[in-house]
Design a protein around this ligand. Structure first.
Ligand SMILES: Cc1ncc(COP(=O)(O)O)c(C=O)c1O
Length: 444
């Protein structure tokens, strides 16, 4: 076993030491430059090594590094909350509030408790279930695991996890109902209606979903009408709608929040990853006005808290990242950069082991299949996604591999989510590295 004092993600592996980041590139201790085509894990939006973010954080840290939220609010947290609400759908803008956390999982935990308290405060204490979807990921803490449907990530912890109900994923390429859009009548959305009918509507507090399923399904985009239908069903049954935009939010899909592509107004939106672009551990729960009113007009106190919530240095990083995104018009850049990346990936589509290349904005999934015509995945033991990741890395390009998109066990894909600054040339490098990796992993 390699020696390291760090409890690494895989104790059987050796990890290179990263020493520097510049734009879309990470440099390791041997001086090797790697093109970060996954933004690590869909985190980096503005790219690596932007000095003004660290400068702003240092300035804030020197002025006031910490103040506990039971005693003080701070200016950077107040400012970032207002800016995020201004980017959100209209129901957040007048009276919405943001609860800042240290990352995505804490945001999910916070949302689970917030929807429960909302139901209690509005006189519906029997509502507690946070319904979610199979083949989804909302974080690694136990509450977040309860609402996640990622089979592998849940497996060892199943005895610890309450079961509140999971409905079908929305995944046209491997439709769980073996139907085709639009003839399917959005059977995957109707599965929520079926669930609430069969499990007494009155126990459902909320429904949580990723607008595009990121890590688990490899950027699966829902068909037209899905998000609207889900929102309608939630409204009809008094179920709060939580959009987990930890991966898709903050511009990743070409709009500040992915739900804005379909014009829906969730009750709660979660952010993480891109909100500080990796410069600080930061996440957040955007609560719409009526959710805030329910607590504010009731007990007034949300029974929840973290020592480091709304941290002044982390929220300063969030403000500096947002300044950078705005000054350099990076939100606007996602669509054109996304087109360049898609263009660079098009030649791969002909490959006999590439199933689908899917996504939106700068969030793409590249799925590998054993038999393309039959859409048959590789065996899990073939380890195709990991082999492709390694081969792409040997070509100097970093990607984010996952297995299980088809049924929780089988199915291999790589996720691509580069910084919004990625150039046309760098997109071409991603395409050529993946082509070379395919030749290596599938020699003919
Ligand atoms: C959609 C989604 N929600 C929540 C999380 C958890 O975020 P974190 O790893 O910051 O706790 C992730 C992380 O990958 C995610 O993709």
């Amino acid at each position: 076993m390699p020696t390291s004092g760090l409890f690494s993600r895989n104790l059987k592996k050796t990890f290179p030491i990263a020493v520097r980041g510049e734009g879309c590139w990470i440099v390791d201790e041997s001086g090797r430059r790697l093109l970060d085509a996954a933004g690590q894990a869909a985190v980096l939006s503005i790219g690596h090594g932007v000095a003004e973010i660290g400068n702003a954080m240092a300035q804030q840290s020197g002025q006031l590094a910490f103040a506990h939220t039971s005693q003080f609010h701070t200016e950077p947290a107040e400012k970032l909350a207002a800016r995020l609400l201004a980017l959100a759908p209209p129901n957040f803008r007048n009276g919405g509030r943001v609860y800042f956390t240290s990352g995505g999982s804490e945001a999910t935990e916070t949302a689970i408790k917030l929807v429960r308290q909302y139901q209690v405060e509005t006189g519906q204490p029997e509502r507690y279930r946070v319904v979610s979807r199979r083949q989804s990921y909302h974080g690694s803490t136990l509450g977040a695991m309860a609402v996640s449907g990622n089979v592998a990530r849940r497996a060892p912890y199943v005895p610890l996890i309450p079961e509140w109900g999971h409905i079908a994923p929305c995944f046209c390429y491997h439709c769980p109902f073996e139907k085709t859009f639009p003839d399917c009548g959005l059977a995957c959305a109707e599965d929520l209606e079926t669930f609430v009918r069969e499990h007494q509507t009155e126990t459902a507090a909320a429904f949580i979903f990723e607008p595009l399923v990121g890590a688990t399904l490899g950027a699966a985009v829902p068909p037209e009408g899905y998000a609207k239908r889900i929102a309608e069903i939630c409204r009809k049954h008094g179920i709060l709608l939580v959009a987990d935009e930890v991966m898709t939010g903050m511009g990743r899909t070409g709009k500040p929040f992915a739900v804005q592509h379909w014009g829906i107004e969730p009750d709660i939106i979660l952010v993480g990853k891109g909100v500080a672009s990796g410069y600080a551990p930061l996440g957040g729960v955007l609560a719409s006005a009526h959710v805030v009113e329910a607590i504010g007009g009731g007990s007034g106190a949300f029974m929840h808290g973290f020592t480091y919530q709304a941290h002044p240095v982390c929220t300063t990083a969030g403000n500096a990242v947002l300044d950078y995104l705005e000054t350099h018009k990076l939100f606007e850049r996602v669509d054109s950069a996304g087109k360049n990346l898609r263009q660079a990936l098009v030649p791969l589509e002909k490959h006999p082991h590439i199933g689908e290349i899917r996504g939106m904005g700068l969030l793409f999934g590249v799925e590998f299949l054993k038999d393309k015509a039959a859409r048959e995945p590789f065996m899990k033991s073939d380890n195709t996604a990991e082999k492709m990741r390694q081969a792409a890395m040997d070509e100097g390009v970093l990607t984010y591999p996952t297995q299980g998109c088809v049924d929780g066990h089988r199915g291999d894909h790589l996720l691509l989510a580069p910084p919004f600054t990625i150039s046309e040339e760098e997109c071409k490098l991603v395409g050529s590295a993946l082509a070379a990796a395919l030749r290596k992993v599938f020699p003919s």
